[in-house]
Design a protein. Sequence first.
Length: 102
Amino acid sequence: MADLTQLDWVEQLNNDNNAVILDVRTQDEVDEGKIPNALHIDIYKGQGFIYEVDALDKSKNYYVYCKAGGRSAQACAVMNQLGFKNTYNLIGGFSQWTGDVE
C-alpha cells in the first residue's frame, strides 16, 4: 500500500491503464457524490466487503478512497492481505477532493 496525496494519486491514476478506482464509503456518503467511474464496496459490510473485494481482479492497480483516508487505508491493508499487489490510498479522502465529482 502507498499513501498518496491527491496530486500524486491523480497523476499516477491518469497514467495507469490498469487502474480501478475503489470507493469504500457508505451508500449515504456515495449518494452525496463520488469520483467518476469509481467502483463502490462499503468497508462497513465487514465479511461481505472481504468477499466482494476478494472477487476482484488482483492483477489490477487499485486507487482506494473513503471520506478522510482512514477506512481506505484499512481497505488497502485488507486487500494486501488478500493478495493484491498494488493499492494506493488517497490521503485526505473525498472530503479534500478537488477533482471531478459525479
